[in-house]
Each structure stands twice: as C-alpha cells, then as structure tokens.
Design a protein around this ligand. Structure first.
Ligand code: ADP
Length: 451
C-alpha cells in the first residue's frame, strides 16, 4: 500500500480524498494555489506545497509543478480528483515515467475515452448501443449536411474532446447547420485545444443515466449500479440520485452487465462512469465514459456502502477487488444537491467571503464541503461549495430529509443555489420521479435585476 498520496486538486474533493487516506493510514500532501492558502484541504493534509498563482493554468493544471511537489515530498501516488488534470493522459504518462502511481485508469484508456468520437466507435464494437451519428469527426459542411440528412433533424454537434457541457450545438434545420458547425469547432478549439466535432442524433427530453464501474488490475470488473442525473442546467448536473426511479430491476441488471462487458473489452481499470441517455421509450444510448471519480459518487456510496475513493486507492496499489458483483447490494435511495455559490435565479456566480455557515446533521445526511464561516470562495474555480446528500429507506424519505437539510443550512455572505433546489424538490414532477434533461426549462433564467 502507498505511504503518501499527493492530492492534485482543491475544494471538497481534495478533502474527500484526505478522508479516505486517513482511514487507510496513508499520509497526504495537499497542493494549493496562492488563492487557497487558508483552505481546509491544506489544513487537514499532513504536508502542503504551494504550486503557483491563483489561475488554474498556473497551479492546479501545472504538471511540472505538481510532479515536483510529489518528488520533493516523496509521495508515491497522485490522486487527481475530478476536473483539472483528472482526465489528463499526459499526467498519467508523466507519472508512469517518474515511478509515481497515477490513481486512475491507464493513459491508453484515458486517451481513448477522452476522444468521444473514438469512444463511440470502441463502445459500438463492444456491443454497446450508441446514438446514431457520424463515424468520426466532421471536417466539412457538406459532410455534416449529409450525415444530418441521413440521421434526420434535430441533431447535436458535439466536441470530440468535450466536457462540462461545453461545445455543444443543437441543430433543428439544414439552414442552421453550417454556422453551428463553425461555432462549435471554434468553441471546441478555444476550450479544449482540439477543434474536432462530431454529430449525433438529438434526443428530445431524455433521461441521463450513468453506471459506476470499478476494475482491478487482475481482470475483475464490477458495477455499482446506476445514478440518474437528469436535473441539469446547461447540460451540467444539479441534482443526482441513485437508484434511478425510471429503471426496473431487469433493466438495471441488463445495463449493468452491458457496461461491465464493455469495460472489460477496453481493459478498463480503476473507477469510471459510463454515461447513457434513455429515450422516452426506454432505450439506452451510450454518450461518453468519464475516466475519473465523479462529483456525484457519494450517492452510490450511500446505497452500496462501498467507499469508491478507498477502492480507487486499493486498486492503484495493485490489490484485488475484495467483493464480487453478487456481494453488492443496493439499499434505500440517495439524493445529492450540488450547492453552488451563485444567484439562485440569475445563476450569476457569487464568490466572496462566507460570513455564517452551518450545516445540519441528523439521520441520513452527508455533507461534503470545504466551506466554513469566514472562508473565502475564490472567483477563479468552479462554483461548487457543498454537496448535500441524503439517504432514505425509499425515495420519499430521501426527499423529505433533503428538504429539511436544505431548510436548515445557513450560508450568509454569498448567494447559493439552495432556494432553487428547494423549488425543484417541491415540484410535483420531481416528487413523482418524472424527470428529464428538459426539466429545468421551466425555470428559465430571469434577467438580472437592474436596481
Ligand atoms: P459533456 O462531456 O460535456 O458532459 P455529454 O456527452 O456527457 O457532454 O452530454 C452532457 C449532456 O448533454 C447530457 O447529459 C444531455 O443532457 C445532453 N446531451 C448530450 N448528447 C445529447 C443528445 N444526443 N441528445 C440529447 N441530449 C444530449
């Protein structure tokens, strides 16, 4: 087992990795930018190293600074968290060359899944249903028009290197395809450094369902069931839950075994998530695989009792998975609300100094956060400040617990998305489990107040 792990991240996920390391008796090294000097992840790690100025590109994305920090402190592994360098095949390769274990899949698998057009082809070959679409990148308007005509409108143009819901364009008629193609290519180039885009059939109001897998280095692969993440704003998840209220046990078993077979086919190791869209008639289509820990892994932990982060560490250390598929039981229902530092109606980011901060406990509540009274939410990074998760014997109890947990959460000094979450939780469609990625259309962004 590792003696010391460097955590190449910040915020709640850096703390989450500290929790797992402490429980496993592993020392931790925090890295931080100048903006995060007083953060909890720095306070609670055993050692810490400043790796650069506030801007992500100068600190949390700075591979040489992170590798130097690992070498200076003698860390034998790096946990990348999510975001930042978590899906960097380059970091995984540099780690290999420096004899530092990267806690994640192999560079080859990260690279394969990081190119969504290639990932689609690999999944199709492995027998996983994918959305009808282009076989590879679209390099001309002519080709785009032909693919879209064959698919039938609407279609969606997506960045091959995409992530975080960026670089997508829905096209409803041929007249709009050319300009959408050019904008999407430009956006992809600017955001990801790669301009490749591909076209997929657009599904109206699907459900987003994803499956968590774990694979060790001895050929064992298991799934930990699905999460439903249909409550999204601008293709970014706001609320996630497990299990999905839409799946039957039969569908769950079938989807799970399809994903396990696919993960085996690409020799997947460590933790990963295979994402699908479910159309209104119940068909599943693969959209992408994320080769890292997900923000929403906690809801899976709550219903399975498996600590996904500890498993990631054990797998990277070469240990065998200590359980089989048949050992995994799903108990009750879990929900997560992502609490963002933003205005609940305008969604304008609201960084700044938190004045008062209090979170509730009580049965079935788990809160992962880096926030506390007097802490500053810097403007440079994503706006997630806390993940409030609740567990209940059934969905209704999980919702009731979420409601009372959010009602009793106090955050003063900045705006948060809590009022929006409470509105969603009270929506009869949400309560009935009638979810889709179009759910949030009913809360159209209100214009910012001028007075
Ligand atoms: P990213 O990597 O940017 O997160 P994904 O491919 O995972 O992109 O898609 C994110 C979200 O965008 C999905 O959860 C869904 O809401 C929407 N989406 C993506 N592809 C389609 C599609 N073909 N039809 C309808 N919605 C889609």
């Amino acid at each position: 087992m590792f003696k010391k792990i460097l955590i190449a991240n910040r915020g709640e996920i850096a703390l989450r990795v500290v929790y797992a390391c402490r429980e496993l008796g592993i020392r931790t090294v925090a890295v931080y930018s100048e903006a995060d000097e007083n953060s909890l992840h720095v306070r609670f790690a055993d050692e810490d190293v400043c790796i650069g100025p506030a801007r992500g590109a100068d600190s949390y994305l700075n591979v040489p600074a992170i590798i130097s920090a690992a070498e200076i402190t003698g860390a034998d592994a790096i946990h990348p968290g999510y975001g930042f360098l978590s899906e960097s095949a380059y970091l995984a390769e540099v780690c290999e060359a420096c004899h530092i274990k990267f806690i994640g899949p192999s560079p080859g698998v990260i690279r394969l899944m990081g190119d969504k057009a290639r990932a689609r082809r690999a999944m199709k070959k492995a027998g996983v249903p994918i959305l009808p679409g282009s076989d590879g990148p679209i390099d001309s308007e002519e080709r785009g028009l032909k693919v879209a005509r064959d698919l039938g409108y609407p279609v969606i143009i997506k960045a091959a290197a995409g992530g975080g819901g960026r670089g997508m364009r829905i096209v409803r008629s041929p007249g709009d395809l050319g300009s959408a193609l050019r904008t999407a290519t430009r956006e992809a180039q600017a955001a990801f450094g790669v301009g490749d885009v591909y076209i997929e059939k657009y599904i109206e109001a699907p459900r987003h369902i994803e499956v968590q897998v774990l694979g060790d280095h001895h050929g064992a692969v298991v799934h930990l069931g699905e999460r439903e993440c249909s409550i999204q704003r601008r293709h970014q998840k706001l609320i996630e839950e497990a299990p999905s209220p839409a799946l039957t046990d039969r569908q769950r078993r079938k989807l799970g075994s399809t994903v396990v077979d696919a993960a085996r086919a690409v020799q997947y190791t460590n933790a990963g998530t295979f994402e699908f869209l479910m159309d209104p008639s119940g068909h599943f289509y693969f959209i992408e695989a994320n080769t890292r820990l997900q923000v929403e892994h906690g809801v899976t932990e709550l219903i399975t009792g498996v600590d996904v982060v500890k498993e990631q560490i054990r797998i990277a250390a070469g240990e065998r998975l200590s359980f089989k598929q048949s050992d995994i039981a799903f108990t009750g229902h879990a929900i997560e609300c992502r609490i963002n530092a933003e205005h609940p109606e305008t969604f304008v980011p609201s960084p700044g100094q938190i004045q008062a901060f209090s979170v509730p406990g009580g049965p079935g509540v788990r809160i992962d956060t880096f926030a506390h009274a007097d802490c500053v939410v810097p403007p440079y990074y994503d706006s997630l400040i806390a993940k409030v998760m609740t567990w209940g014997r059934d969905r209704q109890e999980a919702i009731a617990r979420m409601r009372r947990a959010l009602e009793m959460t106090v955050v003063e000094g900045i705006h948060t998305s809590i009022p929006l979450h409470l509105k969603i939780l009270a929506d009869p469609d949400f309560e009935a489990g009638r979810l889709s990625t179009a759910f949030m259309d009913r809360y159209q962004t209100a214009p910012p107040r001028t007075s």
